[in-house]
Write a protein that binds this ligand. Structure first.
Ligand code: UDP
Ligand code: MG
Length: 322
């Protein structure tokens, strides 16, 4: 081995940070210790993305990057753009052979990187994510909605989300590049990671409390996050109208037959109001059905507009395969 830094593969950590002045330095120290003591075979980089913090986060990041120029870089947003945007900016500017996305609050234990690297290097996986086994320290309400949410998403969308999966994930360069090919604006990273495929291993771990500060999620923020996940991957909400319309038309048909039977059999007097009901069902059903059809076109337009790649290649024996 010549020049030891040049020969080592780089593990890069992307760390979105929003008002994490109490955390970023602790995170840095933990990572330093890990790479100095246990992951000595790898070189490391930390890329902090300051998501428009209003506290002293940016100042702390500047300090860290001046102290350790070779390993610490930062990007600072003009305002709070959201964690998804921060992850995207981080991935886009990443240079590592391996890239991990991690929270700044040490809720994603850096020590797990050891097993994650093993999964990628020895077990043939392209990515390795952390899956929470329990949700200790989280409210019952949050837990309930989380379980419900994964059920719904997995039923309604093409991607399969692993329950309890976190954003903490180590990936090979190839997978990072694949995720970056998905250039849509509304980014639901968890879904995008699932969408690109590749082989992912899930490592269970126990929830840890954040080291400092408070959780940045509000109910409103979580709701937005959840709905953007559904809307980005599900066509079912648009398709619902088609079914509702068809149901209305079917009801109209049944009602027409019933009216006919009443009229012919004379078992029940057919009155004007029955015709009104029939017309309501007929036109109501037609209207909703047509709305649903426009919805189908909308879904198609949405999918074209997103410009997701039509396929992604994992390997091939063709040189310069496209
Ligand atoms: N975060 C961010 N932008 C936001 C909200 C959160 O970059 O608008 C970061 C935050 O600094 C942390 C990570 O996303 O590093 C996870 O946030 P948090 O710990 O508040 O979420 P929780 O762990 O409670 O789900
Ligand atoms: Mg946290």
């Amino acid at each position: 081995m010549q020049g030891k830094a040049a020969a080592k593969e780089i593990v890069e950590l992307i760390v979105p940070a929003y008002n994490e002045e109490g955390c970023v330095e602790l995170f840095y120290e933990e990572v330093k210790k890990l790479f100095a003591q246990e992951l000595t075979a790898y070189d490391h980089r930390i890329l902090y993305v300051d998501d428009g913090s209003s506290d002293g986060t940016l100042g702390k990041l500047k300090e860290l990057s001046e102290k350790d120029e070779e390993h610490v870089r930062y990007i600072s947003f003009s305002r709070n753009m959201g964690k998804e945007a921060a992850i995207y900016a981080g991935l886009k500017n990443s240079v590592g052979d391996y890239v991990a996305v991690m929270d700044a609050d040490l809720q994603h234990p850096p020590a797990m990187l050891k097993d994650m690297l093993k999964a990628l290097n020895e077990e043939g996986y392209d990515s390795c994510g952390a899956r929470r086994e329990d949700r200790k320290g989280e409210g019952a309400l949050k837990r309930f909605f989380s379980v419900l949410y994964y059920r719904i998403v997995n039923r309604m969308t093409v991607v399969e989300l692993t329950p309890g999966s976190t954003d903490f994930r180590l990936m090979k360069r190839q997978m990072v590049d694949a995720v970056l090919k998905l250039s849509e604006r509304e980014r639901f990273t968890k879904g995008l990671f699932a969408w690109v495929g590749f082989k992912t291993k899930w490592l269970p771990y126990h929830n840890v409390e954040r080291v400092a500060g408070k959780s940045k999620w509000s109910i409103r923020g979580l709701f937005h996050y959840a709905s953007s996940g559904l809307l980005a991957f599900a066509r079912a909400p648009l398709r619902f109208a088609v079914w509702l319309g068809a149901l209305g038309l079917a009801a109209a048909a049944v009602f027409a037959v019933v009216m006919l039977a009443w009229g012919i059999g004379g078992s029940y007097p057919v009155e004007a109001v029955h015709f009104v009901i029939l017309l309501l069902l007929l036109f109501g059903g037609m209207t909703v059905l047509l709305l649903g059809l426009s919805g189908e076109y909308l879904a198609r337009i949405l999918s074209e507009v997103k410009q997701r790649p039509i396929y992604l290649i994992r390997e091939s024996n063709i040189e310069g395969v496209e």
